[in-house]
Structure formats: C-alpha cells, structure tokens
Design a protein around this ligand. Sequence first.
Ligand code: ZN
Length: 103
Amino acid sequence: MSFFVKKRFEHSKSQQSVSVDGHKRNGKFRKNASVRRKICRFCADKIVADYKNVSLLRTFITENGKIFSGHITGTCASHQRELDTAIKRARMLALLSFTTTSS
Ligand SMILES: [Zn+2]
C-alpha cells in the first residue's frame, strides 16, 4: 500500500519539474493552460452569504472551524467580507462552532 503511495508521489513530483522546465523554455511564468483561475462562488451563482444558510457556510470553514482565506476558496474581497460576518453571526447564534476540541 505504502509502495503505491510513494510511487504516485514521485510521479507527480516528476511531472511538476517538467512543467517548470516548460515555463523556462517559453520564457513565460504561470501561463499554463492547466492552471485554472478560481471564481467567486457568490458572484457566479449570485447568492448572498446568509448566517442562516449553515450548509453553505460550512463549506468555507475547516473541520476545526477556521475560516478559509479568499485566496484558497477563490472568493472575491467583498464577498469574503460578507462571508466573514455571516460566519461570525452564525457562531454567536451557535449554528456554527468557534472551534472543535481535540480529544
Ligand atoms: Zn464575489
């Protein structure tokens, strides 16, 4: 089992080095077709971050209860601010947890 995992890891590592070489040859930086730009889910679906919509808010926090940064989820700055207040509101109403204790 561990052998397969190790082999797969080495494979992905070699692929990365190839792409880096490709960048150098082209003289471009991060202009790969495989790199997709993250889109804001609130802009795309035209939804508002609501403190009552717990299932939505849960997708933007880690399992420990921390809020993901906009860089990771791709949320734009204005919606990230709305999401931030919505999550904090939900925490105050005990809809979401502030943190989970590690047992
Ligand atoms: Zn947005």
